[in-house]
Design a protein around this ligand. Sequence first.
Ligand code: C2E
Ligand code: CA
Ligand code: CA
Ligand code: CA
Length: 278
Amino acid sequence: AKEQGKNSYCLFAEEMEDKSKKYMEMDNMLRKAILGNEFTLHYQPQVDATNGKIKKLEALIRWNHPERGFISPEEFIPIAEQTGHIEAIGEWVVEEACRQIKSWKGKGITTPKVSINLSSTMLSRQGISEKSIETINRSIQNVDVEFEITETAILTNEKNVLKALDIMKKNGITIALDDFGTGYSSLNHLQNLPIDVLKIDSSFLMNIHKSDKEKSLYESVIQLAHSLELEVVAEGVETKEQVEFLKENKCDTLQGYYFSRPLPPDKAEVIIANGFIK
Ligand code: C2E
Ligand code: CA
Ligand code: CA
Ligand code: CA
């Protein structure tokens, strides 16, 4: 038994070593990425379901590493949250989005509201909302941006997060609850959080073709959100059938590959200057 214990300990230690090696490597890479300007923002349109007009753009971070190439935010954001780099990254995202909005406005382009993802780790730190608002006020207006938060944020540090959200709301910044239906979804959150928008996670839409039950679940979420006077955004819209279903059920805003992938700034500029995607 002693032998076995030792062996499993060795395995465990090796695994830990692998993990911490990868972690430290990523930690170093992220540090360089911030200093070396390796990040960019892409923009995915959100379309008004009633008339097809571009209503908002979601800013999504992209990392092009000089040797490794494209690294997905799904991979590096969670690590950045653990290492603390998320703070610098998050501040960069707000600054870059503001710079882009200002530049578009300067060209006389009617720029839709840009929604910015805020990590829950970041949101729970004190002062983040003041800092973001300062950044926004320096270049653009509060109504030009929206923040997307997830329910994890509320569980991380409820008191701080609620305070941060309150400050944003008081400054006229709208707040969207992202990925609704995954994780710790609670009806309490819908009622108690100062949110304006509900983004229904794509996993629900992916299932609606399977059964009437899945369809009515989706419909109920739309109705519930509307009864709380929230704007409803459908995430992950990929097919014409989904578009029709969402229109029928009075979903307000549609986002997904059916309309457009996230676009680099020059391509996003062309479509917002048009106002429509197709
Ligand atoms: P998210 O906030 O839920 O963003 C939506 C993700 O779904 C994006 O992936 C987008 O490219 C993808 N998507 C959009 N339409 C469709 C569709 O029709 N079908 C499918 N299959 N996917 C679609 P992306 O850009 O890889 O981002 C992944 C996640 O990384 C985001 O999920 C968000 O949680 C995080 N993230 C991205 N940018 C930022 C950022 O600037 N800050 C923070 N804190 N997190 C970010
Ligand atoms: Ca989002
Ligand atoms: Ca989402
Ligand atoms: Ca997501």
